[in-house]
Design a binder for this molecule. Sequence first.
Ligand code: HEC
Length: 107
Amino acid sequence: MNIIKCNTCFLLVMVTILAMTHFLSGCSMIYDGKKLFFEEGCSQCHTFKGKGGRMGPDLSAVTNTRSDGWIESYIHDPKKENPQARMPSFNKLSSSKRKAIIAFLKN
Ligand code: HEC
């Protein structure tokens, strides 16, 4: 009987720890993405929720209309998606940095 209780308890603790780690890593990704958005200069051309420049479109709701894959590709090489793109390519950003920016844009 006690052994069963102990196992259930252990499982609950593990699930809680996993859920918390998942939540915290999500938070830190959004935080990194926010930092990158301002440090890499996206904010000089794009407004996000009221803050930023005006050369490019407002990105506050871009994740409602564009898929993650499309946005990632646009950041990496805008001309691939749009031959007339005026946005510079950010192909020096690693895939995990691009993903962090997208996590921030979804937030
Ligand atoms: C020098 C100005 C400039 C900078 C810096 C810039 N962009 Fe852009 N961006 C634009 C312009 C202008 C467009 C509109 C399409 C075009 O001409 O490329 C655009 C379009 C986009 C789009 C597509 C929006 C849509 O729905 O069509 C996304 C997503 C985007 N930018 C994200 C970013 C991110 C993320 C960064 C930073 C890593 C960034 N941009 C940096 C100017 C810029």
